[in-house]
Design a binder for this molecule. Structure first.
Ligand code: ADP
Ligand code: MG
Length: 477
């Protein structure tokens, strides 16, 4: 059913719109007349709910008339909540940046504009159709350079970010920052945006998802030209979570914008969870354009930096909760055992705060251990190694490891090889080129093809899907 619904959606909405909103929607379950779909982000959930709910329902009913309910859930959204049910964030914080659309502007920026650019100001305060193109995601005031703790793993990214935030002349363009989740990309991007904005530059900070949303909305309202024009008057464009840019037309538009801005000596900063070469949804030209400036990565914080991030957060919490205190030993414990990313640390700290506020119990080692037990258990997921994958797959399918890595195209070897490459991509943080190298020096496109092939097959072939699960369990992943 889902395949047919998707086909109809694609036909009705066109390839671009379909890819933008539905390419990452998965069917989780269909039973008792309820269809459960999952999406990767809250933004996507809200967007689909407000724009496509009825259409989806209509299409499902057409396929299967017992369907009376469609539920959308956000995949993997259950982490890092306070331990106690229903508690609001204990630390007063601005809403997560990407969830709100608001004009990024400051009095300084407005003044500077009349002096410097002379560009007619788009009617931001009185949006005609909501697509004046200058709306960015709101910036979280707590994401500043001051609150960003420097360590070895982020020093280069921080230096580059400072440089683009303050430099009069454009030096690296685009600046491309990549790191896995929770390591401070958004924090750094927003620090750049706030600092540049405060110095009077016209700044637009958007997630790639918002960029698509703005663009598709402008197309619909037939104001795409105005949108493009406005984009090109920006001094500093920051695009976060680039890995979510989908759709050919949107990409083309983004590419044009990028070229126009770079040619006009305006700064572009891009963040993503992987290096440019691994942005599989983008075409080659785009990838090389992104790689053509300065590419920096943030790696996992060491103990010292994790500890420093915690201390820094506690200091700011204490500004509103003066009585909140965490013993040094507990901070050591959290820094040592809870996750690796700033997000994990923040989640842990929020729990301690919530617990402290709700029970009026001081934070102690026992309390921390009890409250954070599940975070600690998940903290160090066993790292699956490519050798382990190759060993287990060759044993399971009874092919030798030499055959697995060879160039032989026999069917009985090709499939296990593809499965092994798929598992390597799914279970390890290795990039496609690196996986290619480890599988007898194959090209990254071969790996990508294998990954897609297995994903596709597993969707319709439940036996294969179960087999993959089994292999994952054998790898203890
Ligand atoms: P990303 O966008 O890379 O997923 P975020 O920027 O959202 O990560 O960071 C997650 C959390 O960790 C944020 O609350 C952020 O402030 C915090 N954080 C990450 N790195 C640092 C750092 N070096 N100093 C201070 N806070 C950090
Ligand atoms: Mg982010």
């Amino acid at each position: 059913h889902w395949t047919r619904v998707k086909k109809r959606l694609r036909a009705e909405l066109g390839e671009d719109v379909f890819t933008s909103w539905f390419a990452r929607v998965d069917l989780e379950d269909h039973s008792d007349g309820t269809v459960r779909l999952s999406v990767p982000t809250r933004f996507l959930k809200q967007w689909i709910q407000s724009h496509y709910r009825e259409r989806l329902m209509g299409l499902w009913k057409h396929e299967c008339d017992d369907v009376h309910r469609i539920e959308l859930t956000v995949r993997g959204a259950v982490r890092a909540r306070p331990a106690v049910g229903g508690v609001a964030r204990p630390v007063p914080a601005a809403p997560r940046a990407a969830q709100q659309i608001k004009l990024v502007e400051s009095p300084v920026a407005a003044r500077a504009e009349t002096v410097s650019t002379g560009v007619a100001r788009p009617a931001a305060a009185t949006p005609r159709d909501g697509s004046d193109g200058l709306e960015g995601a709101s910036l979280d005031p707590k994401y500043t350079f001051d609150s960003f703790v420097e360590g070895e793993s982020n020093a280069l990214a921080l230096a580059a970010a400072r440089q683009v935030a303050t430099a009069a002349a454009v030096t690296f363009n685009p600046l491309y920052i990549h790191a896995s989740v929770g390591l401070g990309k958004t924090h750094l991007m927003q620090a750049v945006a706030s600092a540049a904005q405060a110095s009077g530059r016209r700044v637009l900070y958007l997630t790639a998802e918002h960029f698509m949303y703005r663009f598709v909305a402008a197309l619909k309202a037939q104001s795409a030209l105005a949108f493009k024009d406005t984009l090109r008057t920006i001094d500093l464009l920051l695009i976060d979570d680039m890995q979510f840019l989908h759709g050919k037309q949107v990409q083309q538009e983004f590419c044009h914008t990028l070229n126009a801005l770079i040619d006009g000596a305006r700064q572009v900063v891009v963040a993503a969870d992987r290096p440019p070469a691994d942005l599989e949804t983008l075409d080659d030209r785009m990838r090389s354009r992104l790689a053509g400036g300065l590419v920096v990565s943030i790696s996992e914080p060491d103990f010292g930096l994790r500890r420093a991030i915690l201390t820094n957060r506690i200091d700011s919490v204490r500004r509103s909760h003066a009585t909140f205190a965490v013993p040094e030993a507990v901070l050591d414990y959290v820094a040592r055992h809870v996750g690796n990313s700033g997000r994990d640390l923040e989640g842990a700290l929020n729990r301690l705060i919530a617990h402290n506020q709700l029970t009026n119990q001081p934070v102690t080692q026992e309390m921390a251990e009890a409250t954070l037990r599940d975070l600690v258990r998940n903290a160090e997921p066993r790292r699956v190694k490519i050798e382990d994958i190759q060993r287990i797959v060759s044993k399971h399918y009874n092919v030798s490891k030499a055959d697995l890595l060879s160039a032989r195209r026999t069917r009985t070897i090709v499939r296990p090889r593809q499965i092994a490459m798929y598992l390597a991509k799914a279970l390890t943080p290795r990039s496609l080129p690196e996986i290619g190298r480890r599988f007898g020096n194959r090209d990254h496109t071969t790996v990508l093809h294998a990954v897609r092939k297995i994903e596709d097959l597993a969707r319709s072939d439940t036996a294969l899907a179960q087999e993959l699960d089994l292999l994952k369990r054998m790898l203890d992943a």
